[in-house]
Design a protein around this ligand. Structure first.
Ligand code: DGY
Length: 328
């Protein structure tokens, strides 16, 4: 009998057709975020699930989905999946690293530049009919060229962000919990510093850390207070890395100049006071949303899923110990 696969949202390209060659595939035709009870209903007889960041895959769901062998996530971040519970249940969890690196780095820069040059505010103004004459004081922003960029988390995406800074002749500082190879540091022309120094001296701070207990609220009242008043903060990592209420206080109180935000602490909810602030550029978690990358993410998720169902080692997985135990 063909394995059963459930796809929790619409995916891209020919992904579903490819899955159908080797599996009996059902897709969430409503394409809405499914509450846990519905997700459990769909997964209880599934061998594989193709999931997204909006699907909460926890111990309760994994216990109910007793046949599940693989959760193939469409996306690199896996904080919505209880990986430890999946490992205990013998379920392989896969993700899509690499294919969205450049697209996400492009977007971190999009937010950085939009916030620095007040693009969204100015767009709103131009559309409102208020643009009656050129004005030297209109939407005066901050230069990027020659400034200091602080990258928190120098993984794949952080490194891609650093590479783009070369064209802006920037001094690039980084803080990474684990040591970065000297070769990479040289190649990128980046300087390792403590988190505190990075926060104190950077003109732009871009966050690229995963959400872990130790990165939750990395930016908070205390750390915002260390920043320069002209500092601009960009977050394309995960919302809870920033204490959103503290961010509102920092933006309102002039502790920092602006923020560019792709992710939010209680997504899809956004702190209401943040929505009132002109110095916050706010977008709905779209950093990896390019046509090309969405197709690559779909393909990679399907490849990972099919590999497991065919008994092969998946190209990208986050709990290899499940695989190793199976091989013994
Ligand atoms: C990712 O890949 O982690 C994106 O944020 C979508 O989940």
């Amino acid at each position: 009998m063909a394995p059963r696969v459930y796809v929790t949202r619409h995916v891209f390209g020919d992904t579903v057709e490819r899955l159908k060659r080797d599996a009996e595939v059902r897709v969430n035709s409503s394409d809405r975020v499914l509450p846990k009870s519905e997700l459990i209903g769909h997964l209880k007889d599934a061998d594989g699930a193709l999931t997204m960041v909006t699907d909460v895959i926890d111990a309760e769901l994994l216990a109910a989905a007793a046949k599940l062998k693989v959760v193939a996530n469409f996306g690199v971040g896996i904080n919505h999946i209880d990986v430890a519970a999946a490992t205990r249940a013998g379920v392989i969890v896969t993700n899509t690293p690499g294919v969205l690196t450049e697209t996400t780095a492009d977007f971190a820069w999009t937010l950085l530049m939009a916030a620095a040059r007040r693009v969204v505010e100015a767009d709103r103004f131009a559309r409102s009919g208020k643009f009656t004459a050129w004005d030297p004081k209109l939407f005066v922003g901050h230069d990027i060229y020659g400034k200091t960029l602080g990258i928190v988390g120098l993984g794949r995406i952080g490194q891609a962000v650093a590479r783009r800074a070369a064209g802006f002749n920037m001094r690039i500082l980084f803080h990474n919990p684990r040591p970065i190879p000297e070769r990479v540091i040289k190649e990128l022309g980046v300087t390792p510093v403590s988190l505190e120094e990075l926060l104190r001296v950077s003109d732009f701070i871009s966050l690229h850390v995963p959400l872990l207990p130790e990165t939750k609220h990395l930016l908070n009242d205390r750390t915002f207070a260390l920043m320069k008043p002209a500092c601009i903060v960009v977050n394309t990592s995960r919302g809870p890395v920033v204490d959103e209420k503290a961010l509102v206080r920092a933006l309102k109180g002039g502790k920092i100049a602006a923020a560019g935000l792709d992710v939010f602490e209680r997504e899809p909810e956004i702190e209401p006071e943040l929505l009132e602030l002109d110095n916050a550029v706010i977008v709905p978690h779209i950093a990896s949303a390019s046509h090309e990358t969405r197709i690559r993410m779909s393909t990679m998720a399907a490849d990972n899923l099919l590999a497991v169902l065919k008994g092969n080692r998946p190209p990208h997985f986050v709990n290899p110990e499940v695989w190793d135990n199976r091989r013994r």
